[in-house]
Design a protein around this ligand. Structure first.
Ligand code: PLP
Ligand code: ZN
Length: 419
């Protein structure tokens, strides 16, 4: 069994791998979520079985696999459960989990002035389940839930499943509602008043309960969707969230994308950062990491602020003990075409800061011009129909292009279909 459990990077609390529904650090409270459970696993060589489904190809490295083994499921039963749920997802999504394409984008590399020995490699997540990487994070939670339920380790009886809950009006909501529909699990999606009508239409079509969340007079600062989501969770809903602070198990399956990207030598990796789970997972999965550049926009850059403030509390290695000194919600979130990365707080910032520090990378703030240009050049030269959020990693490269040599090898991930 590879994974022994979870350990909080903030308070050191641990949970054993065989415990069920271990969504949060035991010391996190309803009003203080500043804890960061991390998977405890030795650094071992990661080898694919060759299966196209990454949850099968890399199954043994998933914390879920160790959880299921601890509950007594043998190898065949664990493999069968992944295949069973994957087939159900494919019926709803039109595709199951597959290894997504990752190749040098020649026209893009030429246009950005890279030499033949260097260039930009694009991982294309747009054709993935529900059009983005979000389903990877959530499938790990779903595997855990179904396994716990079948083992009788949940406080509800069959037919009385509590609702899943998520605060999102974008790719995460679509992925969550797709997976919920696949297993006929009820889900509530907490969305802002100005949510994209095309996304709302799809959420309704998937059978989700959509809850509009205007700011209420009594609301504390922060996103009202997150307030309503937390209230629902306090009343018994299951946090089906891509924020590690709400459900750390999202940090398990998200690593599949990094595992798919291993084994090629890169100099730099640019990842768009909203809540931070994505960059945390790509970094954890890639193992030997090129320089990680976490990309935010001028409209909202709490991670870059924390990265700059780290020196004032003893450096990046010391920030976990100084959460409130360096990471707090961005006061005035502006507008950006990359609206999927405007999370006012980078919830999963600790593993991202750690990865930037270890890899000698850093945080980049892209201008709105960079965001727009990255999407125009990126989509035109590759033919990939990604959203501005999904090409924002490339915007970070544009912002830093003068500091990147022509023979460097750079990786980015395009994700999130244009809607
Ligand atoms: C396409 C796309 N890329 C990246 C992100 C950022 O992921 P995270 O919020 O985990 O940092 C999002 C989040 O909504 C997204 O939709
Ligand atoms: Zn903790």
């Amino acid at each position: 069994m590879l994974t022994s459990g979870w350990r909080c990077a903030v308070c050191g609390a641990t949970t054993a791998i065989g415990d069920a529904l271990t969504w949060r650090c035991p010391n996190a409270t309803a009003t203080d979520r500043r804890h960061a459970p991390q998977i405890v696993q030795p650094a071992v060589p990661v080898v694919s079985t060759g299966a196209t489904n990454p949850f099968l190809a890399f199954r043994q490295y998933l914390a879920w696999d160790s959880f299921a083994e601890a509950l007594g499921l043998d190898d065949g039963a664990r493999e069968a459960l992944v295949s069973e749920l994957d087939a159900q997802v494919a019926l709803v999504a039109g595709t199951g989990f597959v290894t997504t394409p990752f190749a040098r984008a020649d026209a893009l590399s030429d246009e950005l002035g890279f030499a033949p020995t260097g260039g930009v490699w694009v991982k294309n997540e747009t054709a993935h389940v529900a059009g983005s990487q979000k389903a990877r994070h959530l499938f790990g939670i779903l595997l855990h839930l179904v396994t716990a339920e079948r083992a009788g380790l949940v406080p509800w009886s069959d037919g009385e499943r509590p609702s899943l809950a998520i605060a999102s009006c974008g790719n995460a909501a679509l992925a969550a509602s797709t997976l919920a529909a696949a297993v006929q699990w009820p889900i509530s999606v907490f969305v802002p008043a100005d949510a994209n009508p095309r996304v709302l239409e799809r959420l309704h079509a998937l059978g989700a309960t959509v809850v509009e969340c205007p700011r209420l007079p009594a609301d504390p600062p922060g996103d009202p969707c997150v307030h309503r989501f937390r209230e629902a969770v306090m009343e018994g809903a299951i946090p089906f969230s891509v924020q590690g602070t709400e459900n750390a198990w999202c940090l398990d399956g998200g690593r599949t994308i990094g595992w798919e990207m291993r084994g090629r030598p890169f100099d730099r990796l640019f990842v768009q950062v909203g809540g931070g789970a994505f960059a945390a997972c790509v970094s954890a999965g890639m193992g030997s990491l090129p320089r990680l550049h976490a990309v935010q926009t001028r409209a909202c850059a709490p991670l870059e602020r924390a990265w700059e403030l780290a020196a004032s509390v003893g450096g990046p290695a010391a920030v976990a003990q100084h959460w409130s000194d360096v990471m707090w919600p961005w006061e005035h979130v502006g507008h950006s075409a990359a609206d999927g990365i405007l999370d006012d707080e980078t919830y999963d910032w600790l593993p991202v800061v750690d990865a930037m520090h270890r890899s000698h990378g850093g945080a980049v703030v892209a201008s709105e011009d960079d965001v727009l240009m990255a999407n125009e050049i990126g989509c035109r030269t590759t033919g990939i129909d990604a959203s501005h959020t999904g090409t924002a990693g490339l915007a970070g490269l544009l912002a830093m292009r003068d500091h990147v040599a022509a023979d460097e090898r750079v990786a980015v991930i395009f994700s999130g279909v244009q809607r």
